[in-house]
Write a protein that binds this ligand. Structure first.
Ligand SMILES: Cc1cc2nc3c(=O)[nH]c(=O)nc-3n(C[C@H](O)[C@H](O)[C@H](O)COP(=O)(O)OP(=O)(O)OC[C@H]3O[C@@H](n4cnc5c(N)ncnc54)[C@H](O)[C@@H]3O)c2cc1C
Length: 396
């Protein structure tokens, strides 16, 4: 079968979920000429339930803990390319202002050991040498910093501007409807299930991409993904909660000078002058999805050495807002990409494809994985074996 025949057979596509995964998959289809509302439709329960809006949206290919590059570091270029093109298009359509900040994040070394690890890994990873005197970064020394360096390939996407802008655009052209897909089986959803989800009867999906993240019920007896019954519930998820604080901290202005910093936590200049976002915590063990006092405390502990003039108590009083989200993560920390159903797990033409488990680096990975998934869906190419959902099924 030719690539074109395969593509025709597979369209139209129902994209379930408009987090960063669903958004960038829809945009990938559009860059290939597919039309929202006709060739694909996005169904979303509401982004307020997802992880992408709570996210800090940073793109950073370096794993500091191990001083290596993360899985998918080679997808950074395509990420910048796709985000840049989408930013231009959304501005042209009148739906969003700028949301891409390609200025590299500045890594601050809090000790000689951190700086030495950076220098040692530098040659192999292509990292620039540390700026020991901080003069190149025009940073006002704070605490006991041992230097700074630009993180190559890093930067930031503003999640709220991108996601809300794309959502309005898609709603405006009939490419997105609000609703929840529930289906108990692996077969395509019935006409009744589609209409219950608010999908117009004119749209008949031939395949569905599940970019559904993780849902978490509030309160006692809560569970993972309890509300929705889709085939990807069979995959093993290890959700990780993350907190983000917004603080009034003009004391950081001299250090940041409008740039994003990383010093164990990330520090991001917010909209209002002197305000910063700081995050994110990494909490595996949690009962509910609300902001976590322990997570907030950990963030403040990391932040405190950078503003030594402030008492720890004073720092606490500078917190203006707290938010938390749940990262959809897998046990091996790799995404779930490709066919998901028990009969066609190896390759096959299953109705459902998973685009999930993006973990801590969803913004870095989503555009590149969207390209791989689109190639798979439309041209029949294989997804990388290490991402195949079949590797990690719950025992039945
Ligand atoms: C605090 C925090 C900070 C983070 N910081 C970063 C960062 O700096 N950089 C980075 O790269 N990553 C970061 N991440 C991780 C990143 O945000 C996630 O990997 C990413 O958001 C996952 O996106 P997603 O589209 O898979 O899922 P989600 O954003 O959860 O989207 C899923 C969508 O599907 C919808 N949905 C679910 N089920 C159904 C259904 N049955 N029917 C209809 N709709 C449905 C949901 O309502 C939701 O809108 C962070 C995460 C958190 C929580």
């Amino acid at each position: 079968m030719s690539a074109v025949e395969t593509a025709v057979e597979n369209l139209p596509v129902l994209i379930v979920g408009q987090g960063i995964a669903g958004t960038m998959f829809a945009w990938e289809l559009m860059t290939r000429g597919y039309r929202p509302g006709d060739d694909f439709l996005i169904l979303d329960a509401g982004p307020e339930f997802g992880s992408s809006l709570s996210s800090t949206g940073l793109i950073n290919p370096v794993v500091f803990k191990r001083m290596t590059l993360s899985w998918g570091a080679d997808l950074v270029d395509i990420a910048w390319d796709r985000y840049g093109a989408l930013e231009k298009r959304l501005a042209r359509e009148g739906y969003a202002r700028s949301f891409v900040d390609m200025r590299p994040i500045i890594r601050l070394f809090r000790s000689r050991a951190e700086r030495d690890a950076w220098q040692a890994a530098g040659g192999a990873l292509g990292l620039p040498p540390a700026d020991d005197a901080l003069s190149g970064h025009r940073i006002a020394p704070a605490g006991a910093l041992a230097g700074a360096a630009d993180i190559p390939g890093s930067g930031r996407i503003r999640p709220d501007v991108l996601l809300r802008g794309f959502r309005s655009w898609m709603e405006g052209c009939g490419g997105l409807v609000r609703g929840i897909l529930q289906t108990s089986g692996e077969r395509p959803p019935s006409a009744g299930e589609l209409s219950a989800a608010g999908i117009p009867s004119t749209f008949v999906p031939r395949s569905a991409v599940l970019s559904t993240g993780i849902q978490f019920r509030y309160g006692a007896g809560g569970g993972r993904r309890p509300e929705y019954h889709l085939p990807d519930r069979k995959l093993l998820y290890y959700p990780v909660k993350g907190d983000v604080l917004e603080l009034s901290l003009p004391e950081l202005d001299g250090l940041s000078r409008g740039r994003i910093l990383n010093a164990g936590i990330s520090i991001i200049p917010a909209e209002s002058p002197g305000h910063y976002l700081a995050g994110s915590s990494y909490i595996r063990d949690f009962e509910d999805p609300s902001p976590d006092p322990g997570g907030a405390g950990w963030i403040l502990d990391q932040l405190h050495p950078l503003v030594p003039a402030l008492e720890r108590k004073e720092l606490e009083s500078r917190v203006l807002r707290r938010r938390a989200g749940i990262r959809p993560a897998s046990r091996d920390r790799l995404a779930y990409l490709g066919p998901v159903d028990s009969s066609g797990m190896t390759e096959g033409k299953s109705f459902y494809r998973s685009f999930n488990g993006l973990g801590t680096r969803g913004y870095m990975l989503a555009p590149g994985l969207a390209r791989i998934l689109a190639d798979h869906l439309l041209e029949g190419t294989a997804v990388p074996a290490e991402l195949h959902p079949g590797r990690n099924l719950k025992p039945s």
